[in-house]
Design a protein around this ligand. Structure first.
Ligand code: FPP
Length: 218
């Protein structure tokens, strides 16, 4: 959800206003995803590196998450979305963890669209956490292959990423789903996240659909 801060800056607004505008994009986007037949959508909301932001901004983001969860989870549930979270939960405030558990419990039986929110998420942490659990489970080196390793990721059922959309013109991965994006196609746009529209989402999907994915073959 990249570019919220710059969106606000350009309007002489506080960064929090940019994050609020970023949240407003979620409902139209999730609706568009449902219409397009997307089965899984992952949003990068807060990275393990985002703790380095000023305390005020971190607090604002956590409050905004709680407010958004209260308002949007029932709507998502009505529309058949299943919500899950990726990331290290232990460092998040208990109020946030409780909202995550409630959202997951309420939507667990839905199957129209899987929505994953990466919150206190880092791709490297995910890989390290998987390695730790493999060691803790006492697996021998011979037992560790790509399929086994995948089972130790935060949400083993998450399919590999087909399309990665990066807003605000950044040309970096920024520690997002490192394992799962091995063969992802990229759609990079200068549009700032709060301006990302359903029309552009469909354009990204069209762009993806027009590519030939060879995955190392010919
Ligand atoms: C990136 O823009 C955005 C974030 C780090 C925060 C996004 C999270 C929320 C809006 C909280 C609510 C989330 C959900 C899923 C309900 P940036 O601040 O890095 O923008 P910039 O690069 O222009 O400074």
């Amino acid at each position: 959800m990249d570019g919220n801060g710059r969106w606000a800056q350009r309007r002489w607004l506080p960064r929090a206003a940019g994050h609020r505008a970023g949240v407003a994009v979620l409902t139209p986007l999730l609706e568009a995803a449902g219409e397009a037949g997307v089965k899984t959508l992952t949003l990068y909301a807060f990275s393990t590196e985002n703790w380095a932001r000023p305390v005020d901004e971190v607090d604002t983001l956590m409050s905004l998450f709680l407010e958004t969860a209260r308002k949007k989870v029932p709507q998502l549930n009505d529309r058949g979305a299943r919500l899950r979270f990726l990331g290290r939960r232990e460092h998040l405030p208990e109020s946030v963890r409780a909202a995550m558990r409630e959202a997951e419990d309420l939507t667990a039986q839905n199957d129209r669209l899987d929505v994953y929110i990466a919150l206190n998420y880092g791709g490297r942490s995910e890989i390290v956490d998987a390695a730790r659990r493999i060691v803790a489970d006492g697996l021998s080196p011979d037992e560790v292959d790509e399929a086994t390793f995948s089972k130790y990721l935060y949400a083993p059922e998450v399919p590999e990423v087909d399309l990665l959309i990066r807003t605000s013109g950044e040309l970096r991965i920024s520690n997002f789903l490192l394992w799962q994006i091995a063969y992802a196609e990229f759609y990079i746009t200068d549009t700032l996240w709060p301006d990302f529209s359903r029309e552009e989402f469909f354009r990204a999907i069209e762009s993806y659909a027009s590519r030939s994915r060879r995955r190392g073959g010919v």
